[in-house]
Design a protein around this ligand. Structure first.
Ligand SMILES: Cc1cc2nc3c(=O)[nH]c(=O)nc-3n(C[C@H](O)[C@H](O)[C@H](O)COP(=O)(O)O)c2cc1C
Length: 314
């Protein structure tokens, strides 16, 4: 039972303390624990080259034998972290809120996950077995929910690429200067509970795992996220009255509460099958573009027109 704590906060700041408190609880429950602070690693931003998905696709289609990994593999510490990350059973992810969102350091880290897609790494044997990871998410901010509006939701959105099931989340509010959290025993007690919840979830058979956080948290009955929007038409025509911005569940309003719409879990990003269907959308978009580029010379001409336009930069 291995639990990895990740902090994207200042060294010895509020996030470090919150994550360490959760890890202490996990350790008390018998877990082996590891703690990293992302400031200690060289993590380059994703270049957006799409080599990972192109190469993974080629392996899947038998066009190449192996997947060499991210093009930045030997240029920074990401591989070193992910090798441990993907062998853990549980995660405690803590991140300070900057401008309502998780800090850019964390997002830079998490947006490199695509090159380490668990389902694919399993398929090609780079990871031996699915650790069926569970996670607890902690956002840490100087203010209340009103100034942390996207924090937990955006952290949640970084979990599905590695098929990590979020079983608990907590927003640490009104802690500003480093160490401020120690005068808030309510916060420390709650993140301690999160550490216990993570071990409880690890010990529960995968199919029986459930949400262990506050039952009334959020609006989505599926993931407990708090961001719901009025549904739009999807690429294949499907439409729900409302959708959860985090997990993608289709929702409807009943007696003032959001409940699952009919077939509402068919786009649940946490389900590998639903995520696989999203890959169909990506491929369909790519094929359509390549086809039109081949058939319609004006497409390439227009792209070149924009390439040639030069404005003064900074
Ligand atoms: C650039 C910046 C933006 C911030 N924006 C917010 C914010 O929008 N909402 C909030 O609640 N706190 C905000 N804060 C406060 C931090 O989240 C807070 O100080 C937190 O305790 C930092 O965590 P740490 O001690 O682990 O580094 C911001 C801090 C910085 C440096």
């Amino acid at each position: 039972m291995k639990v990895l704590g990740i902090s994207a906060g200042r060294h010895n700041g509020n996030t470090d303390i919150a994550v360490k408190e959760a890890l202490l609880a996990a350790q008390e429950q018998g877990a082996e624990v590891i703690f990293i602070n992302l400031f200690d690693y060289n993590i380059l931003p994703c270049t957006g080259c799409e080599s990972c998905t192109m190469m993974m696709g080629d392996v899947a289609m038998g066009k190449r034998d192996d997947y060499p990994g991210c093009v930045l593999k030997n240029k920074d510490d990401m591989d070193k972290i992910m090798d441990v990350f993907q062998t853990c059973n549980g995660l405690i992810v803590g991140c300070p809120t900057y401008d309502l969102l998780p800090s850019s350091l964390y997002l830079k880290f998490a947006q490199r996950f695509l090159a380490y897609e668990l389902a694919f790494r399993l398929k090609i044997g780079a990871v031996k077995e699915n650790p069926n990871m569970v996670a607890g998410l902690i956002s840490v901010g100087g203010s209340c929910h009103d100034w942390q509006g996207f924090s937990l939701e955006a952290l949640g959105a970084t979990m599905f690429t590695n098929s990590v099931r979020v079983v608990d989340q907590y927003m640490v509010t009104r802690v500003g200067r480093p160490g401020n959290i120690v005068i808030r025993p309510d916060h420390l007690e709650r993140v301690h509970k999160m550490g216990e919840n993570i071990v409880k979830a690890i010990k529960t058979p995968v199919e029986e795992r459930t949400w262990l956080g506050d039952p009334d948290m959020g609006l989505c009955p599926n993931c407990h996220g708090g961001l719901v929007f009025r549904g739009d038409v999807h690429w294949d025509g499907i439409r729900f009255p409302y959708e959860c911005a985090v997990c993608g569940a289709g929702l409807e309003l009943k007696d003032g509460k959001f409940v699952l719409a009919e077939n509402g879990l068919c786009r649940d990003r946490n389900v590998d099958e639903a995520r696989g269907y999203h890959l169909d959308e990506i491929v369909a978009t790519r094929i359509d573009f390549m086809k039109r580029m081949g058939e319609e010379p004006e497409v390439k001409e227009t792209i070149n027109k924009y390439k040639e336009i030069k404005f003064p930069a900074i």
